[in-house]
Design a binder for this molecule. Structure first.
Ligand SMILES: CC(C)(COP(=O)(O)OP(=O)(O)OC[C@H]1O[C@@H](n2cnc3c(N)ncnc32)[C@H](O)[C@@H]1OP(=O)(O)O)[C@@H](O)C(=O)NCCC(=O)NCCS
Length: 155
């Protein structure tokens, strides 16, 4: 019988601001969490990710390399970010030249189970539960659906 290669969930090489809360288990490595960030359980935040002050990342979210999130954001339960858009017709299999970044502005709320492909999202956006964001969002407002479309302005 061969031995599997088992890696543990860990919180390593993370830069923490003041008053950060992390609920374990969480797999956080090489990322930066600014002041007053909250991270719920079963979250993965990968290398190079920056999370702005007062942002909440709810349980089961996945925030991959090349993602930045601004201040005062809400990343709902199970939100999935994507950095490999399969530009060559399949997974990049470690070829990071095929990866693409995502930048989330400030005061952005992302509903549960939304999927965010590599895009820019401006300040002041609400994204509905289960949305699939495939294009940049350059205008504040409420967006929902697959593909996500603007459904109304913010009050
Ligand atoms: C997107 C959202 C903010 C819109 O709320 P709202 O402005 O009150 O919208 P309404 O409920 O009036 O719905 C307006 C229309 O959008 C549709 N809609 C609303 N939310 C939707 C969603 N997530 N995906 C697809 N369509 C949605 C409605 O069916 C409705 O369509 P209709 O006009 O054809 O009937 C809200 O529905 C939502 O998804 N919130 C996320 C909550 C969440 O995930 N919280 C996490 C912590 S628990």
């Amino acid at each position: 019988m061969s031995s599997p290669n088992i890696r543990q969930v860990a919180i390593t090489n993370v830069q923490f601001g003041e008053d950060v809360t992390v609920v374990e288990p969480a797999n956080l490595y090489g990322c930066t969490l600014a002041d007053n960030v909250f991270v719920g359980p079963f979250v993965e935040i990968q290398k190079g990710v920056g999370i702005g002050a007062r942002t909440r990342v709810q349980s089961h979210a996945f925030i991959c390399e090349l993602v930045t999130v601004g201040t005062d954001c809400f990343i709902g339960h199970g939100v999935m970010f994507i950095n490999d858009p399969f530009i060559k017709g399949g997974p990049a299999r470690g070829d990071k030249t095929c990866w693409r970044p995502t930048h989330v502005g400030n005061y952005v709320s992302i509903g549960s189970n939304a999927t965010i492909l590599p895009v820019k999202i401006c300040d002041g956006v609400v994204i509905g539960a289960g949305a699939v964001v495939t294009r940049d969002i350059n205008e504040p407002g409420v967006y929902a659906g697959n593909p996500a479309r603007k459904i109304r302005n913010l009050a």
